[in-house]
Write a protein that binds this ligand. Structure first.
Ligand code: PRX
Length: 569
């Protein structure tokens, strides 16, 4: 296959240089940017917000929040004061350092105030995607023994308070607040806008993101304060954030991109950050780019493919001339999308690869490098990446194997919450095994090939088949269920479920719809199978495990491979 190369041009000449960064970057040096270099202590909320006020940038806009035609803007000083108020509210009700505080809200300024406020107390923040339904919320709060949830009147009904013995505080942001809940806005009005930040060690907890594997319940990936070192430097180098930039990361803070690059990286770099509420549509997104004069834009392949699918007339209606740097993450960025980006935006789309567990960029199309369309790029300076076989031996160029990273980058997860064996299973010797297969070419560019496990990436969101299968079998008609990712031109993959029905149930379209809605309401919309196929029985191993590999082969019309462990009864 011919590889399209998009060369770095004069336009990129004053962007960070890869070779120089590669030669000069040391994590110890980068650490000197932060307060612990002087004081030995740190707090992410201070480094992202308060320090800029103390450095004389209090009047600079930190946040533009856009919802339809309404734009609210907050300076760094206002962010400091608002997060101080939120911190006071939380502290007064009894939230303490190290507590797990979940935030379950649609994007709004209050989400950012409360998140920063919780960090100022030294709490560990667990952001939840607003589409989560009761079971998804319960699993996460239960596993982490959360003390507090901050949510809204609309969403609080999905928090099963009675089933969560550790949950002490239910804080509700909204106008309809029950008596046994804490009325955030009421307390906020009277709260002081001054707060003494809790100074932390760099190994103290920061954020807990739950993410899916191929087996078991979602696992809590814990990141610590030190992550800021890498989030800051990748913001500076890869996002190329500069003094006058207006930056928009389209991800929700319920996912790691929405925190590492939707909160921490831009504000560590003192950049004006854009948050857009509401639903996706090509018009609303282009309107945001135009109205807010976005210069640096970080999104995902699914979004670019949807924009690509919209008619060319739409894009012509908008002035996108402020844009100067565009990036992508979450799934493979198709070469035709890069080509389209060159046509319509006159810019290269820079793919970046990383994971919830890595906390920050690992393999990137650094601004000054030539882009080979379809490649994830090269390791972030300071990061060592390679391809190894299953025994841990490094493979030569062009051989496909496990994409692995040398332990020790600052943003690496420190723990899978309360599950040391799971954490340990990520490593072979000094190598962290990503679960992705890839190869590296002679020039050191990495090429993504697929997941090694059964994890599904749909519209840039990572869903575990086990979680969906568990929900499916709760439905009275479902005897057994197996879930796979089916390739899809827009979403990368869609969730497809194979289901064997209990006796007495007819395989009708109505039943399919009922089951879909059951998962959507019980778990989350993005986890609901877009396709369901009924089967008389499902292929299983002798130990009774459903063989997703065989389901996938059925789906793709491929040979099913080694079936020696299959139960043929
Ligand atoms: O399979 C890879 C895919 O997303 C997985 C990580 O998902 P998550 O933890 O939800 O984080 C997503 C955003 C940081 C990876 O194991 N992935 C991520 N970026 C890329 C990618 N696949 C191909 N190309 C990418 N650039």
């Amino acid at each position: 296959m011919k590889v399209e190369i998009y060369k770095a041009t004069d336009q990129h000449a004053n962007m960070p240089n890869y070779d120089e960064a590669q030669e000069n970057l040391s994590w110890d040096e980068v650490e000197k940017a932060f307060s612990w270099y002087d004081t030995g202590k740190i707090n992410m909320a201070y480094e992202t917000i308060d320090r800029h006020v103390h450095d004389g940038y209090g009047d600079k806009i930190a946040l533009h929040y856009k919802l339809d035609d309404d734009i609210q803007s907050y300076t760094f000083k206002e962010m400091m004061e608002n997060s101080n108020k939120a911190a006071n509210v939380l502290k007064d009700i009894g939230v303490k350092k190290g507590d797990r505080v979940f935030i379950f809200m649609a994007r709004s300024p209050e989400l950012y105030f409360t998140l920063l406020g919780a960090l100022k107390i030294g709490a560990i923040v667990g952001p939840l995607f607003e589409a989560f339904m009761e079971k998804a919320v319960k699993d996460r709060l239960e596993n982490s023994e959360a003390s507090t949830i901050i949510t809204t009147s609309e969403l609080v009904g999905r928090v099963p308070v009675d089933e969560l013995p550790d949950l002490q505080h239910v804080v509700v942001v909204g106008d309809q607040v029950d008596e046994d809940q804490i009325n955030f806005r009421e307390l906020y009005q009277d709260a002081s806008d001054e707060f003494d930040i809790e100074w932390l060690d760099k190994e103290d907890g920061l954020i807990l993101h739950y993410t899916s594997g191929s087996t078991g319940q979602p696992k809590g990936v814990l990141h610590v304060q030190e992550a800021m070192v890498q989030q800051y430097i990748s913001g500076k180098y890869v996002l190329d954030l500069k003094e006058d930039d207006i930056y928009w990361c389209t991800a929700d803070p319920g996912w790691v991109t929405g925190t590492s690059y939707g909160i921490f990286a831009p504000w560590l770099n003192r950049t004006t950050n854009v948050v857009v509420g509401g639903r996706f549509s090509p018009e609303s997104w282009y309107d945001a780019l135009e109205k807010l004069k976005v210069t640096v834009w970080y999104s995902a392949p699914t979004a670019f493919r949807m924009l690509m699918g919209a008619s060319d007339d739409i894009i012509e209606k908008y002035d996108l001339s402020s844009l100067r740097h565009v990036l992508s993450v979450g799934e493979p960025l198709n070469p035709e999308v890069v080509k389209w980006g060159m046509d319509v935006y006159k810019l290269r789309i820079h793919d970046t690869w990383w994971m919830t567990e890595t906390g920050a960029h690992m393999i990137v199309n650094f601004p000054s490098l030539d882009i080979k369309a379809g490649s994830m790029g090269k390791p972030l300076p300071g990061v060592e990446a390679t391809i190894i076989d299953d025994q841990g031996n490094e493979l030569p160029p062009n051989r496909m194997g496990n994409l692995a990273l040398k332990k020790g980058w600052p943003a690496m997860m420190r723990e899978i919450w309360k599950n040391k064996p799971k954490y340990d299973s990520y490593f072979i010797g000094d190598w962290y095994i990503s679960g992705d297969s890839a190869y590296k070419d002679e020039e050191g560019y990495f090429w993504f090939q697929g997941r090694v496990d059964d994890v599904i990436m749909t519209a840039g969101e990572r869903v575990g088949p086990f979680e969906i299968e568990s929900k499916l079998v709760e439905h009275e008609a479902v005897q057994e269920a197996g879930v796979i990712g089916k390739p899809d031109p827009i979403r990368g993959e869609i969730v497809k479920a194979f289901i064997a029905l209990r006796e007495g149930y007819e395989p009708t379209d109505e039943l399919k719809e009922e089951i879909r809605v059951f998962v959507k309401n019980g778990l989350a919309a993005h986890a609901a199978p877009r396709e369901i196929e009924f089967k008389d029985s499902l292929p299983k191993t002798r130990s009774g495990k459903i063989m997703r590999r065989v389901l996938k082969a059925w789906e793709l019309d491929l040979p099913a491979g080694d079936l020696s462990s299959m139960d043929d009864n």
